[in-house]
Design a protein around this ligand. Structure first.
Ligand SMILES: *Cc1c(COP(=O)(O)O)cnc(C)c1O
Length: 384
């Protein structure tokens, strides 16, 4: 059996090596390292793929979130509601901009932001909601957009984990994750579903004015050369990274299908196991869609019930199976983001999830033999 890896970037690179190497060398020869034609080509191709009017490439997914919030003109003291169960980048940029993060509980089935919890957290100071499409599953965008409209709030989708996921509305209409809110951010960190070979990110929006504002912000607040109209940042996607991303974008659907196929094989093997709750593939969308594309499995995350999750992690590692606990501490209990207004009773789900979740190896190169070894090792342990 091939060595099991959490993410197999080497195996994936081997299959596109010639094309990638050629394209990277072309950029090297061109010397257009910054804002070269490759960046523009990739931007156009991604706009077409997502069916969104504007993609603005930038340096990483954390910058993308920050720039999206700057573009919306959010001001210190504005409250921004986001999920308690996510990677820290989401809340970090809210705090950095001196906005007030308001963390709320998540749904135990989808792991995504809880709709009732959003409603309960709204105050006159609330200005925006940041749903995170966690582990690759689109949040319940229809409900979120309804709340936003009712209360006149912005919606910023953190789409770092769900690029390529398709959201289905109740009426059957479909849209790509990251094209539903007022603005979205994504990350091209190497391990993401569309990853480059360094850092990268992008902002998406259908709003022409906002896109214009953001294009200036990413470039030192310049709309005309050496005229700085607003305080901006320096956040760019390298031409080399854009060249790599453009090659991988063509394969994004097949990469996501490989992840979905691995997820189906995992879930089938875990069927009927009373200590294991498999991720749901049908509740992110408004409609019931067992076989739809709302989940692109950035992570394949189980809940381990009435068993010892931490001992399972050790057991898997001892057997040469890497795994991860995303995330071991809820954000509201992180030192940097504690707030005396929080009440533990309001975080029942995240407080439970951090004790139960375990993410198994998930990437585009998993084979049947590896999945069979991983699933039987997990099953034997939780039943012992
Ligand atoms: C990866 C990630 C980010 C940050 O992306 P970087 O490119 O690493 O800055 C933000 N939010 C979520 C949910 C992520 O998973």
């Amino acid at each position: 059996m091939r060595k099991i890896q959490m993410v197999d970037l080497k195996g994936q690179y081997a299959k596109i090596k010639d094309e990638v190497d050629h394209s990277v060398l072309e950029v090297l020869e061109s010397t257009a390292y910054i804002n070269g034609p490759k960046v523009h080509e990739f931007q156009k191709n991604l706009e077409h793929y997502l069916n969104v009017k504007h993609v603005i490439p930038c340096a990483n997914g954390t910058d993308a979130l920050q720039i999206a919030m700057m573009g919306l003109g959010l001001k210190p003291g504005d409250e921004v509601i986001t999920a308690d169960f996510t990677f820290a980048a989401t809340v970090e940029v809210i705090a950095l901009l001196q906005l007030t993060p308001v963390l709320v509980d998540v749904d135990p089935v989808t792991f995504n932001i809880d709709i009732e919890a959003i409603k309960n957290a709204i105050t006159p100071k609330t200005k925006a909601i940041v749903p995170v499409h966690l582990f690759g599953m689109c949040a319940n965008m229809e409900a979120i957009m309804e709340i936003a409209e009712e209360h006149n709030l912005y919606v910023i989708e953190d789409n770092a984990q769900a690029i390529g996921s398709t959201y289905t509305y109740t009426n059957g209409k479909k849209a790509k994750a990251g094209t539903i809110g007022h603005v979205s951010s994504t990350s091209f960190f190497p391990s993401k579903n569309l990853g480059c070979y360094g850092d990268g990110g992008a902002i998406f929006t259908n709003d022409d004015d906002l896109a214009h504002t953001i294009r200036g912000i990413v470039n030192h607040g310049m709309y005309k050369r050496y005229h700085h109209d607003v305080v901006g940042v320096n956040s760019r996607l390298d031409s080399i990274q854009a060249a790599i991303l453009d090659i991988k974008l063509k394969r994004l659907d097949s990469y996501n299908q490989a992840r979905q196929q691995a997820a189906r094989a995992y879930s089938k093997a875990f069927e009927g196991q009373k200590h294991i709750v498999v991720p749901s593939g049908k509740t992110g969308c408004a409609t019931i869609c067992n076989d739809c594309d709302c989940h692109v499995f950035h992570q394949y995350t189980l809940r381990i019930i009435d068993s010892d999750r931490d001992a399972l992690v050790k057991h898997l590692n001892d057997n040469g199976i890497p795994c991860g606990v995303y995330y071991p501490i809820p954000l509201h209990r992180q030192k940097a983001y504690q707030d005396s207004r929080y009440n533990e009773a309001d975080f029942k789900v995240t407080n439970q999830l951090v004790k139960e979740v375990i993410s198994l190896p998930m990437h585009t190169e998993l084979d049947d033999e590896q999945i069979e070894f991983i699933t039987s090792t997990v099953i034997n342990f939780v039943n012992s």
